[in-house]
Ligand binder design. Structure first.
Ligand SMILES: *Cc1c(COP(=O)(O)O)cnc(C)c1O
Length: 393
């Protein structure tokens, strides 16, 4: 040991302390105590039969939440971004065309990723404070004839709700695949993967499902699977290869079953199973209603505070993330700092195109209660007053 020149760090002799914060931003949200308890169950190996049962439960649970019968439904062992990357690297080959509906940072990011994969990217972008119409989508798809159209249902950077009903009929007509990012939206607005002819859907676990980040539920329908299995070039990412992941999750026929691909985090899977089980108990339509009722309560309260919405039309607003313009006489950083310092409450600023322009208030999963809405409004009211008085000094 005489070769050790780096001494044991004293910092790590202090116990781990994590304070409680109320996370009222666009994610992560606070995990439900039931989920936290599930996470602390004993570790299981990734090839243990008990874990296979838990993975199967997650598969059927996610089929319910996505409203799909698709066999290739599983959870990626990585955060929401990996859903985006999995869509691109499994369905597209270099020089394939992808049309991206850009309504904020998430469309931008998909474009960045796709270009790195050598995909030819076309953009459909209108004003960022309104969704894009079916007519605009139809005209862009007919003009570009992409292999894949990528749409974000809930743009958490702008607070836009992009209704995806009807888009699937358009993409079918032009022999194009449809992928939908529902990371911030699933559970706060309706989504019917099969009925709406959506070929790939993914969501995050740390937003409305209320599980710590790290897993990404995703589903590919038969049409998408045909494209994957008929590629000319290999899938460029080993880690996100859906043909291999599908085997580990036993999604295909028996002779392709349960091959080790990577070590899944058993504890996170327990958490996800519990998070889904809570939504199954509540039932999806009630979860959606709860989020929408909370959003209404928030809108009325924000109006009373004299704040203006970034998204004017109420039915264009994403119930899970509300964006309000930062008033001219207010320093947005002061407001956020006040809420955190005095109430340990997270309210967020803008992101990407809305950076410095809006506040973002999240209503997600376990946090979506009238009490939390009222509390957030109260803190925001005080924080705005503080910021106004502070800037006058
Ligand atoms: C949060 C979010 C993501 C990214 O998820 P990470 O877990 O941070 O990788 C992707 N899309 C949307 C719409 C989001 O809100």
């Amino acid at each position: 040991m005489e070769n050790q020149t780096i001494p044991p760090p004293v910092e790590l002799k202090n116990p781990l302390v994590v304070s409680h914060k109320l996370l009222m931003g666009p994610g992560p949200s606070n995990a439900c105590p039931r989920v936290l308890q599930a996470l602390s169950q004993p570790v299981l190996g990734h090839m243990h039969t008990e874990l296979f049962q838990i993975m199967d439960d997650i598969k059927i649970g996610m089929r319910y939440l996505f409203q799909t019968r698709s066999n290739l439904t599983l959870a990626l062992s990585s955060s929401g971004h990996s859903g985006m990357e999995a869509v691109i690297c499994n369905l597209l080959e270099p020089a394939d065309k992808m049309l991206i509906l850009i309504g904020g940072i998430w469309g931008e990011r998909a474009s960045d990723m796709a270009k790195r994969h050598g995909v030819q990217v076309e953009i459909l972008k209108k004003e960022l404070n309104r969704p894009v119409s079916l007519i605009e989508i139809d005209s862009a798809v007919s003009r570009f004839r992409p292999k894949l159209l990528f749409v974000v249902q809930g743009e958490s950077s702008t607070g836009i709700y992009q209704d995806v009903e009807g888009i699937g009929e358009i993409t079918r007509r032009y022999n194009c695949l449809l992928a939908v990012d529902t990371v911030a939206s699933l559970g706060s607005v309706p989504l019917y993967m099969d009925l709406w002819n959506i070929d790939v859907v993914y969501t995050g676990c740390q937003k409305i499902i209320g599980v710590p980040p790290g897993l990404t539920p995703i589903s590919f329908n038969e049409r998408a699977q045909k494209v994957i299995f008929n590629r000319k070039t290999p899938i460029q990412s080993y880690y996100l290869d859906m043909t291999l992941l599908g085997q580990q999750w036993n999604c295909f026929s028996k002779d392709l079953s349960r091959v080790y691909h990577h070590t899944t985090c058993a504890n996170l899977l327990y958490g996800l199973r519990e998070g889904i089980a809570i939504l199954v108990e509540e039932q999806l339509e009630n979860t959606i209603k709860r989020h929408q009722t909370c959003a209404q309560r928030l809108y009325r309260g924000l109006e009373k505070l004299g704040l203006e919405f970034y998204v004017e039309e109420e039915h264009h607003r994403l119930p899970s993330v509300t964006t309000v313009n930062v008033p001219k006489d207010v320093d947005w950083k002061n407001v956020l700092a006040y809420a955190m310092k005095n109430y340990r409450m997270e309210i967020s600023g803008g992101l990407g195109p809305t950076a410095g322009k809006v506040f973002r208030i999240g209503i997600m999963g376990y946090n979506a209660t009238p009490e939390n809405i009222d509390g957030t409004l109260q803190v925001l009211k005080e924080a705005l007053e503080y910021s106004r008085n502070h800037s006058k000094l």
